[in-house]
Write a protein that binds this ligand. Structure first.
Ligand code: ZN
Length: 207
């Protein structure tokens, strides 16, 4: 009887410790699986990134049809190479050298998430708006021509819920790129489902 009580007590203590470790905060508990910069062999960013205080989240599509057969690691490396040199973003528009990938998170065709630019620094864009204050999330695909996949939406939901908890943001802080600059990004077929998608996210966490 005594040993059973002692066992119960030890179980209680270890469970309490495990719970406090697992649930150190809502952010720790809900973090989705994210491929780190180290895992995709990111090069260091160039100097010149601007620190930011995060107040919102902007959603993008890549504007290029999904390529599910190409690895996320390769896509991130290609995106960083493209970002860190001058080049064309369309047949008639060039881009300057960016210090790093322009987005903070990338969701691939299969719903895998990769870490992009450090979220403490503002993103980059080839459209005229101030990127300061926003976490930039890009979802792979051309959603003017194809629909976002369920795995992509599931990954976006998990990522947003974690970011809401981490930065004390609400779903009202999530906006599509097209609300900030003249562009169709993130594509009409994504815009069609965005209101319903956002309404299902976790209860807004008010600062
Ligand atoms: Zn965009």
């Amino acid at each position: 009887m005594r040993s059973a009580a002692l066992f119960g007590f030890i179980l209680y203590i270890t469970t309490a410790v495990a719970l406090s470790l697992d649930h150190g905060g809502p952010a720790a508990a809900n973090r989705p699986s994210i491929m780190s910069r180290q895992e995709w062999n990111a090069k260091p960013p160039f100097p010149g990134m601007k620190p930011q205080r995060i107040t919102g989240i902007i959603l993008h599509h890549t504007g290029i049809l999904k390529k599910p057969s190409l690895s996320l690691k390769t896509k991130m490396q290609n995106l960083q190479s493209f970002s860190q040199r001058p080049g064309l973003v369309s047949p008639r528009h060039s881009k300057p050298v960016w210090p790093d990938v322009p987005y903070h998170f990338y969701i691939d065709a299969l719903g895998h998430i990769a870490e992009g630019r450090d979220a403490h620094f503002a993103g980059d864009t080839n459209t005229p708006y101030n990127t300061s204050g926003y976490i930039q999330i890009v979802i792979e695909g051309d959603f003017d021509k194809e629909e976002p996949g369920q795995a992509q939406l599931d990954a976006l939901r998990d990522l947003l819920n974690w970011l809401f908890a981490s930065y004390r943001l609400s779903r009202d802080s999530v906006t599509p790129h097209k609300d900030h600059a003249p562009t169709t990004c993130p594509g009409q077929l994504f815009m069609n489902v965005l209101p319903g998608f956002l309404s299902q996210l976790s209860t807004p966490a008010r600062p």
